[in-house]
Ligand binder design. Structure first.
Ligand SMILES: NC(=O)c1ccc[n+]([C@@H]2O[C@H](COP(=O)([O-])OP(=O)(O)OC[C@H]3O[C@@H](n4cnc5c(N)ncnc54)[C@H](O)[C@@H]3O)[C@@H](O)[C@H]2O)c1
Length: 391
């Protein structure tokens, strides 16, 4: 089992991971749970089988109550958070209860918010089961849910006490979601650690033949990119806003498509739009733009015609106008806050040194049109994570 120490909101949080390490992870959870009266496991229905070994192991140490949830952006709501906290109270939860979130980023966020609200904050353990969750969303203290008006509009900050992942869990993630789920890693490389781009390309290429090594490398890239920012800006309000790269347009596409365009895929499109805007403003050169298309091309996005090209531009504008980064900078009603790169690894800085600048709405929409018309050609082959462990 491998271990990284991640600084989250001032706390040093262990991230334990490896392939086929569930027993070790359960032992680490038992150490934590020994001071708990109850472990409340909120698990994604799709990971019921993976959860069985965890539940069995932890229940030898402490009482366990399990709540199963169906993932999906439509259900990432305050009402689901309310169901979780009401369930917790019915089960006799107290300040010493530990909430365990086992699933993708959606379960991590709803259970994370529930843990933050119960008794004004109880312990949280993340057991991520998707690439986005394992490589990205658990490396954050942001816990939010969607409102009718937009994504992640309501939430707070809450750090986990432990993060633990058996990469074997990722092998059952639906095939077509694997590479798009890696979009956040492409983002980290483009925006923060461009020196790791060859490692990223090697890992993306290796997912088919040597998936265990590739997944371990991807997790390492995620931690390397995020760790310094989590130390200096744990609440992601200043320099760590760089991790919002591709997210302004990405969130709008994900929201307007009602989740049909998944988060990672939406971020892939969002990064291409941001690169197009930056190029048209004279910041990003042709090589930078080409690197975006090369790396995003590895993600196998769905065709533009059935993805962003099929969405109502009017609705995209409406959602962009409510982007949750508004307020970090002065932005006119016809402008949207965006992270732009002047070169890979170098942001365009705006007010108070933040990596956020106002972009005219019309420019954002015309860049989207250009990107839809010049969609990247997928390269490489889709990986088969089922072969994990054969390397
Ligand atoms: N807090 C943050 O900083 C942060 C960062 C990135 C993303 N997010 C959030 O994470 C969410 C996206 O994450 P996601 O893609 O993991 O979404 P998700 O949790 O909705 O999972 C995607 C799909 O995979 C299924 N699934 C999960 N694990 C599985 C497994 N091991 N085998 C088979 N199926 C499995 C789920 O049931 C769901 O259908 C979004 O809501 C996004 O806003 C949060």
């Amino acid at each position: 089992m491998l271990r990284q120490q991640v600084s989250l909101d001032g706390e040093d949080v262990p991230y334990l991971y490896g392939v086929d390490v569930t027993e070790d992870l359960v032992a680490a959870m038992a150490d934590l749970a020994v001071t708990a009266d109850l472990v409340l496991v909120v698990r994604d229905r799709q990971v019921t089988e993976h959860a069985a070994a965890v539940l069995h192991g932890v229940s030898e140490t402490v009482r366990v109550a399990t709540m199963t949830v169906d993932a999906g952006e439509q259900r990432k709501t305050l009402s689901l958070v309310e169901d979780i906290v009401e369930f917790a109270i019915r089960q006799g939860a107290s300040r010493s209860t530990v909430v365990v979130a086992m699933g993708g980023g959606m379960v991590g966020n709803v259970a994370g918010l529930a843990a933050a609200l119960l008794f004004r904050g109880i312990r949280l353990v993340h057991l991520p089961t998707t690439p986005i969750a394992a490589f990205d969303s658990v490396l954050s203290v942001k816990q939010a849910v969607n409102l009718r008006g937009g994504k992640n509009l309501c939430g707070t900050y809450h750090a986990p006490s432990l993060i633990a992942c058996d990469l074997r869990w990722l092998t059952t993630v639906p095939h077509d979601q694997i590479l798009t789920g890696l979009a956040e890693m492409v983002k980290n490389v483009l925006a923060v650690v461009p020196e790791r781009r060859l490692d990223l390309e090697r890992a993306l290429g290796g997912l088919g033949d040597a998936p265990a090594t590739a997944l371990l490398d991807l997790l390492d890239i995620g931690c390397t990119a995020k760790a310094p920012y989590l130390r200096t800006d744990p609440r992601e309000r200043h320099e760590a806003l760089v991790f919002e790269y591709g997210h302004t347009m990405g969130h709008a596409l994900e929201f307007v498509s009602e989740g049909r365009i998944g988060h990672g895929e939406a971020i892939g499109w969002g990064m291409l739009v941001a690169a197009e805007i930056s190029h048209s403003l004279g910041h990003l050169d042709r090589d930078g733009l080409a690197l975006h298309h090369r790396l995003v091309g590895r993600l196998h996005l769905s065709p533009a015609s059935t993805g962003p090209g099929a969405l109502d531009p009017g609705r995209i504008r409406t959602v962009l106008a409510r982007d949750n980064k508004r307020g970090y900078l002065s932005c006119a009603p016809d402008e949207v806050p965006m992270v732009l790169l002047k070169a890979p690894g170098h942001v365009v800085t705006g007010e108070r040194g933040r990596p956020l600048v106002p972009v005219p709405m019309d420019l954002a929409m015309s860049a989207l049109e250009t990107v839809v018309g010049t969609a990247p050609v997928p390269s490489g082959t889709l990986p088969r994570l089922e072969r994990l462990g054969t390397s």
